[in-house]
Each structure stands twice: as C-alpha cells, then as structure tokens.
Design a protein around this ligand. Sequence first.
Ligand code: SAM
Length: 213
Amino acid sequence: MQEYDKNSVAKMFDEKNYNREARVSDAIHDRINQLSFEKLKLSPTDILLDIGTGNGNNAISAAKYCSHVIGLDISKKSLETARERVSELELENITFAIGSFENPSEEMDIKSQGITKILVTYSLHHLPDTMKPAALKNLAGIFKGKGRLVLGDLMLFENPKAHIAEFNKVGYDGGESDFPATVEFLLKHLEALGAKCQVEKFHPLAGIIIADF
Ligand SMILES: C[S@@+](CC[C@H](N)C(=O)[O-])C[C@H]1O[C@@H](n2cnc3c(N)ncnc32)[C@H](O)[C@@H]1O
C-alpha cells in the first residue's frame, strides 16, 4: 500500500535542508534535469512553472531564457534557500511560492499567470498513483492555450525488482516515499487529458515524457 503524507514529505525536504550543497547530485538525476530542461525549448516569451522546484536550480537556470519563472514547492525551507539565491543573483523574473500538485494555487493564483511551459523533475513520483491522475489534470488545467509539460522523473519502464542494485544510482528509495508510476500509466493519463506525448527512456527506472497540449 502506497502511503502519502504531504506534511512528512515537506518535512523530509525541509530536513534534507535543500541548501545549495544538498542538491541531489547523482549523475542520472543531473542528466535527467539537463535533458528535461533542453526539452522545454524555452523562448523569451515563455512563462515557466517549475513545480517541485526544490532549491530552485532549474528555475534559476531557466530565468535567462524566458520571460518569467514561477517555482512551487511544499518545502518552505527549500523555497527560502531558493529565494536567497535569487536575491544574491539579482534575478528579477523569478517568483517562488508554496504550492503542490494537489493545489498549485495554494499561495498564488497560478492559472492567471499565463504559463506556457511546465517543468516537473524528480517530484511527481512522491505522489502515489491514486493521486497522480488528479495532479496531472491540475497541471494540464494551468495552460490557457497550447503548452508543453516536461516530466523528467523516476518512471518504470521495467519491473524495479530486476534493478534493486541500481536503486541508489537512480535515486529510488524502493517505495518508502518514492512511488514511481509505470510509463504506460503516465502516458494513459496524459493522453486522456489531450496531450501528445513523446517518451525518452533514460534508465529502466527513469525517463522523460514530453507532453504537448
Ligand atoms: C528530489 S526533489 C527535486 C527538486 C528539483 N525539481 C530537482 O529536480 O532538483 C523533490 C521536490 O519535490 C517536492 N515535492 C514533494 N511532493 C510534492 C508535492 N506534492 N507538490 C509539490 N512539490 C512536492 C519536494 O519538497 C522536493 O523539493
């Protein structure tokens, strides 16, 4: 049984003290972030939502390529770090707010921001599958017109039991607080929302889905 408790996930990331050094830095996570970022194909008119932004690494990198970036997370401490970094870098086109897959607009009205791209890296897998369809629906509902959502995350291309030795390498805790879905599950729900999807397998347990709405 997959159990989800938003407060304990937020606490876990608060305590992981998502400070600038504490970034998940294994090669697969980094590479997925990098590739997901490229797949966004950001342009100067884009307004990007980075949900599960953590300490804002991707949001900060994106700021110079688009008009505005909004980073949402459930971990207040991660957002504090992200804000400090943005103020040190004197970036003026990034806003961070508390918000979740369940309720993106907890602190700011996300639907009225004119979001054209959404980035989700290594965060959706914290929700169990029972909650993912509603989360994806919330994300799809943020676009006013066309939009691209890039999901780079743990996702099961194969049975994880065949890859136990690589759990650490791919950043999977084996089901304690990580609940990756199968690729088929994610595609089924994204396509049901009207997305045209491309998939890039990166590892038997991780990949990228590019969903165009
Ligand atoms: C492994 S970190 C990834 C951070 C960043 N996206 C990256 O790839 O470096 C996962 C992040 O997802 C956030 N998160 C977990 N559950 C979430 C939820 N339900 N809604 C929004 N963010 C969530 C956590 O607080 C954490 O900052």
